[in-house]
Design a protein around this ligand. Structure first.
Ligand code: ZN
Length: 75
């Protein structure tokens, strides 16, 4: 079973989102049949969508990093 089949077979599975905003995205093919993803929210292009829980984990990591930075700076 390839990935597309898996995705179609699991409508309630992980949602793929844009890595920048965790938003819906549009995928298009340019003239070389190269796939381009565009974030629906900020219109940025990106190479690969990520699953929504990965996006959330990434945000949590960023927040944790910010907290550590603040502590290091004594804020
Ligand atoms: Zn975006």
């Amino acid at each position: 079973m390839n990935y597309d089949q898996w995705k179609l077979a699991s409508p309630s599975g992980p949602e793929l989102v844009s890595p920048c905003c965790g938003s819906d995205y549009t995928d298009t093919f340019d003239e070389d049949r190269f796939e381009i993803y565009t974030c629906d929210y900020c219109k940025e292009e990106f190479d690969e969508p990520i699953v929504d829980y990965e996006y959330r984990a990434r945000i949590e990591d960023d927040r944790a990093d910010e907290r550590m930075d603040d502590e290091r700076l004594g804020l």
